[in-house]
Ligand binder design. Sequence first.
Ligand code: ZN
Length: 501
Amino acid sequence: MNEQSTFDEVKRRLAEIHYLGRAKALFDWDERTMMPPGGAESRAEQVAALVRVRHEKLASDELGRLLDELQPFGEELSYESDEAALIRVARRDHEKARRVPVELLAEMARAASVAENVWREAKRRNDFGLFLPHLDRNVYLRLRYAHCFEREHVYDPLLDDYEPGMKTSEVTAILADLREALVPLVEEVSPRAAEVDDTFLRKTFPVDGQRALVRRMLGALPMPSESWRLDETTHPFQMSLSPTDVRLTTRYDEDDLPAAVFAALHEYGHGLYENGVDPALDGTPLGRPTSLGLHESQSRMWENHVGRSLPFWRRFYGALDESFPGSLDGVGAEGFFRAVNKVQPSLIRIEADELTYDLHILLRFELECELFEGELEPRDLPEAWNERTQSYLGIEVPDDAHGVLQDVHWAGGDFGYFPTYSLGNVIAAQLWEKAREALPDLDNQIEAGDFEPLREWLREHVHRHGRKFSAAEVVERATGRPIEVGPYVRYLTSKFRTLYG
Ligand code: ZN
């Protein structure tokens, strides 16, 4: 075979692998939005079967042989070309897959699927003991998984699945820098933040009004209406089946208006990234976002930099007021903006304000490292969790449902995932600083409801690349700097000092 036909054959095989991955995403989306509980057991088997078939194709000797043949061809091409990137990324995926026995992978998928359903019940009943055997099993399986790879730190292979190329030591350094900057800032602004009036947010906001508001907001943001849908779930998430099939979810609770609004904006940011990947890359391993940290940078940007800004609420305050007639008398855009930025250490990560959010992540990252280093047993997690919440956030955890059981990640076996949230915050601020330089009129554009220039900037510098470049490469190309916490600390300091005088 000549190089071109070998390349075409590799692409054909990779397309199948890519589409099997997307099919699994549909199973996952369905499980979290539509599936009746009775589907849980056979869904676990369906997912395991799909994972097995995909893995066998990705790890196959034949694909390895074809990739070997293409190696010299790939090295002659420019690093930036789609073809070179495809060969590079496919080789990395293939080599990772080769190291993991297919049985282990199928078992991880099956165990995670069962555990997620038990976790839901355990959280509802506030019963950590019910969940513990499944947590034990997930940790055991992920530990076996980590041991399939060469590593500096046992956590490295887990992290690498979500943040390719990133090391545990790098995350430790970033989180340490953040902690050093955030703890004094929280102490500085907390007393004045306590005076902010957010009592009106504790009113009841009928769910119909919330649905209407969220629809109006998302409808005004740039993404073609035929490319996305919005559904309801307890734990909001985004999942895409293709760049033009973006699935957003949010949750509605009449006692919690901000939850619905900011979850929707957050998931929109994720969806916009998926939607912006170059269509020419679809159907290849490059045709999706490159890392969870970069993914999260996009959601946090729309949730916080855009959504929790004064210009945004000057734009949407009218829609807000109309959705809940009489509920917001006299609050005004500025009052609403101040209320949704109130700094207040809280128990639940997804409800945390921007300043205390990363302390929630630090806590989880430390516990995960200790679990995998063998310093902490799963059964001792609740106690360790509660102690650290007291020490980092200064609050008492009343029960496990509001503590160690609050997030789905450990049920899904997703260890290594949490730090990508903080990386996302850091990267978001770094990109935002650069975007503002390029778009000096950005605040006015947001207030005027013109989000196109920002979307275009993000598409050009981030979205379109898909997996062609790593997160670190994307950031370096967009900003000229490695990933660093400086812009994030500057952003938080300036925002909260301005807010609180
Ligand atoms: Zn997210």
